[in-house]
Design a protein around this ligand. Structure first.
Ligand code: AHN
Ligand code: ZN
Length: 332
């Protein structure tokens, strides 16, 4: 009998000790603390691979085989990651009257969520290197590794990660076509407005869903070159200053202050201008600007044959991709 009492007492003591341990463990996590959101880690090697895969098709100039083949590749990748995907095919007229067979490629994540963010970039590449220092190359189509493929590479990696873990809000990804078919410099029509961004102009007038809207949008343009500087661009400041400041703050908090600079530089007629003015969605442009470059506005190899895979730096892809993930995954 005594033995039984002893066993019961020992067991009771063990249970008490165990409970105490559990209590002290739970005390280290105050109940008022918000559960930390898990933000995926942006993989720059994967993004780089997506950039290279596009460049490997050859210049993605509308009405060429490389353009058609790359569109098929981009659609199949986006479709494999998104909840739904579609291609918006259309014809549009270039500055010289050429009819361009064009495709905007769209992927939707969390279609039932009310709160939505639009992420976009252009996938076509420029038909002529009109800013090349070598005049004999100024008619050559460009690889557009930075001007075209970089933004799409970042967005495809984001899409891959969002297929694995979903953000709390809805995300729409658009790869715009025919952004870069504007007239070459010195062309008599080069001062005519709205000759760039033909794909975003088309989509803004004819969204894939007639009732489509988003809380805000983020455009990526030339986000892959080494030592990129993202200044605060004029139209972004004018139409979406709150978003601009939020994104720049999140980037700075992540340690990317050398890239995301709190200074305003110029107004760029980029795809976001039409999304702001026609679709009325407040949209910012993350674009590599460089007032010190030979062209006076953009990154050094802008619209030259030098805009090839050799300018792409994984660190820049990482900085931009991780910033977007931090933005998207903190929204609810
Ligand atoms: C103009 O030069 C008018 N817009 C520049 C938009 C652009 C071209 N972004 C990349 N390539
Ligand atoms: Zn361009």
């Amino acid at each position: 009998m005594n033995k039984i009492i002893l066993i019961v007492a020992v067991l009771g003591l063990m249970l008490c000790a165990c409970n105490e341990k559990r209590n002290s463990e739970s005390k280290t996590q105050p109940s008022t603390q918000k559960p930390k959101v898990d933000i995926p880690d942006f993989n720059a090697d994967s993004a780089y691979f997506y950039v290279k895969s596009q460049v490997d098709f050859g210049p993605r100039v509308p009405n060429t085989n490389s353009h058609t083949k790359c569109a098929e590749y981009l659609f199949s990748k986006l479709k494999s990651f998104a909840d739904t995907a579609m291609v918006q095919s259309f014809k549009t007229k270039a500055f010289d009257g050429t009819v361009l067979n064009s495709k905007n490629i769209i992927g939707v994540f969390n279609p039932d969520k009310q709160k939505r963010v639009l992420l976009c970039s252009h996938w076509d590449s420029r038909p002529f290197a009109d800013h090349d220092p070598d005049p004999s190359l100024q008619n050559t189509p460009i690889d557009g590794a930075n001007d075209g493929a970089s933004g799409i590479g970042v967005l495809l990696e984001l899409a891959r990660l969002m297929a694995i873990s979903k953000p709390e809000i809805g995300i729409d990804i658009i790869f715009f076509d025919v952004e870069d078919y504007g007239p070459p410099k010195n062309h008599p029509n080069s001062e005519v407005k709205d000759q760039y961004g033909l794909g975003s102009q088309y989509w803004s007038k004819n969204p894939h869903d007639p009732d489509y809207t988003a809380d805000y949008g983020i455009l990526l343009d030339m986000v892959g070159a080494s030592n990129a500087r993202f200044y605060m661009e004029g139209f972004s400041m004018e139409y979406a200053s709150g978003i601009l400041k939020k994104v720049w703050s999140i980037a700075n908090r992540a340690g990317f202050s050398e890239y995301f600079v709190f200074d305003q530089v110029g107004y760029i007629d980029d795809d976001h201008k039409y999304i702001n003015e026609i679709a009325k969605i407040p949209t910012i442009d993350i674009i590599h600007l460089d007032p010190e470059s030979s062209n006076g506005s953009f990154f050094e190899y802008w619209h030259t044959t030098g805009d090839n895979l050799s300018v792409i730096d994984k660190q820049t892809l990482k900085v931009v991709g991780q910033t977007l993930l931090n933005v998207v995954f903190q929204e609810k």
